[in-house]
Write a protein that binds this ligand. Structure first.
Ligand code: NAD
Length: 421
């Protein structure tokens, strides 16, 4: 049995803990809380036997980790990717705790994942995998317990299967068990694009603060999935010239600007940049190093490291992805004066509209799209301003300020509730 199946320690988990330790030190956090917050409250490891289309049974490993639930139910996405380990899921769950607290949502942090390559599975295999994974984690999820959502490799269809499996076990429909669902079964307007939209709102706030004119700015986006494609589309809508985008196979580049209004439907229909004209090919490594006003990593973690941080040529780094920058790279970027909008702030639009979806499901009363965009704008821009003013007051970077802000809220909740028993 490979050791990593049950091993919390991993590079991503170490990175999340290192960031937490730095913030805890800076805010002089109670040592008892420091010990508590470094480890998740609960972690479930499941094996998922799936009958493949060829009749053979294949066993996949799955996880659901709940980091902290002192403010309410836990919340976080489900990732389908070959890199999924317990440590990665636990790191992502910890970041979800700080993120929800930072934007003021009544949630703790969680995350889930299955180690698989969804691109190699048929739709029927994916459905069977999702339903069995849901059945295995069923005892610890629910609208008042833990509410999953989409992440890398999962989407609204995955959430529909999870909602249906949970509901069939309960004997009645429970739309509030997951968010990011299709609209006909209780999904929210504006949820699909919410993370990308939130990334753009934070970029516009940063540009206002740095006195940068969006109309004279350029952007580079790594990853063209849920977060990256909508971020690129909405950046272009705001007059920011998107000069390069990529997916796992590489990217495309045009210094005069890509026609995102044409590229978005092209990619949606073909799932590739192949056949799109008016651009050159570029590797993911080259893409990160293009001169631009704003760089948006929106794929996987640890892509900006000490090896390439000194070659980045952006003024603003807006982290659409979770954990794209390692602590060593962070220090290099700080010395170079790059303004960082950290993941817990930049990509918080997704969980914010997920919260709206959950509220609408529980009330069974649905809001208009305009209302969702306005409420998202209010929440995310005020979180940005709170982080910015804390970073100025404490003379620390935006990442440290964002973490300190989130941790402080969780610390207050723990101190108020006391230690059980
Ligand atoms: P997705 O699966 O929809 O898209 C991922 C994209 O990254 C795809 O375009 C894929 O081709 C690309 N990619 C994969 N490996 C790559 C590589 N090695 N180099 C370059 N590109 C690569 O996933 P998503 O939901 O857009 O999530 C992307 C990131 O945003 C993740 O870090 C996720 O945790 C984070 N995030 C997502 C949400 C959400 O609502 N979906 C919310 C907050 C944060």
């Amino acid at each position: 049995m490979p050791e990593s199946l049950y091993e919390l320690d991993s590079p991503t988990y170490r990175m999340a803990v290192a960031q937490f330790e730095e913030a805890a030190e800076c805010m002089n956090l109670d040592p008892n809380l420091r010990e508590r917050f470094k480890v998740p409250r609960r972690a479930l490891v499941v094996s998922i036997p799936v009958r493949m289309d060829n009749g053979k049974v294949k066993v996949f490993q799955g996880y659901r980790v709940q980091h902290d639930d002192s403010l309410g139910p836990t919340k976080g996405g489900v990732r389908y990717h070959l890199s999924v380990t317990l440590g990665e899921v636990a790191a992502l769950a910890m970041w979800m705790t700080w993120k929800c607290a930072l934007v003021g949502l009544p949630y703790g942090g969680a995350k889930g994942g299955v180690r698989c390559d969804p691109a190699t599975l048929s739709k029927n295999e994916l459905q069977r995998l999702t339903r069995r994974y849901t059945a295995e984690i069923l005892p610890i999820i629910g609208p008042e317990i833990d509410v999953p959502a989409p992440d890398v490799g999962t989407n609204a269809q995955t959430m529909a299967w999870m909602m249906d499996t949970y509901s069939m076990q309960k004997g009645y429909s429970v739309p509030g068990v997951v968010t990011g669902k299709p609209i006909p079964i209780g999904g929210s307007l504006g949820r699909e694009e919410a993370t990308g939209r939130g990334v753009v709102y934070t970029i516009l706030e940063a540009m206002k603060y740095l006195k940068i004119d969006p109309q004279k700015s350029t952007a580079v986006v790594q990853g063209f999935g849920n977060v990256g494609s909508h971020a690129a589309r909405i950046l272009a809508d705001h007059g920011i010239k998107v000069i390069a985008v990529s997916d796992s196979k590489g990217g495309i580049y045009n210094p005069k600007g890509l026609d995102i209004a044409k590229l978005y439907p092209h990619y949606l229909n073909n799932h590739t940049f192949e056949g799109f004209s008016g651009c050159d090919r570029i590797t993911n490594e080259e893409l990160l190093e293009q001169p631009c006003t704003v760089l948006v990593p929106a794929a996987l973690s640890e892509v900006i490291t000490e090896k390439n941080a000194d070659r980045l040529k952006c003024k603003i780094l807006a982290e659409g992805a979770n954990g794209p920058t390692t602590p060593n790279a962070d220090r290099i970027l700080a010395e170079r004066g790059v303004f960082i909008i950290p993941d817990v702030l930049a990509n918080s639009g997704g969980v914010t509209v997920s919260y709206f979806e959950w509220v609408q499901d529980l009330q069974q009363y649905f809001w208009k799209e305009k209302e969702i965009h306005e409420k998202l704008f209010d929440i995310i821009t005020s979180a940005f301003q709170r982080v910015l003013s804390l970073s100025q007051k404490k003379k620390v970077g935006m990442r440290l300020a964002a973490q300190m802000h989130g941790i402080e809220k969780i610390a207050q909740a723990h101190l108020a509730r006391g230690l059980y028993p």
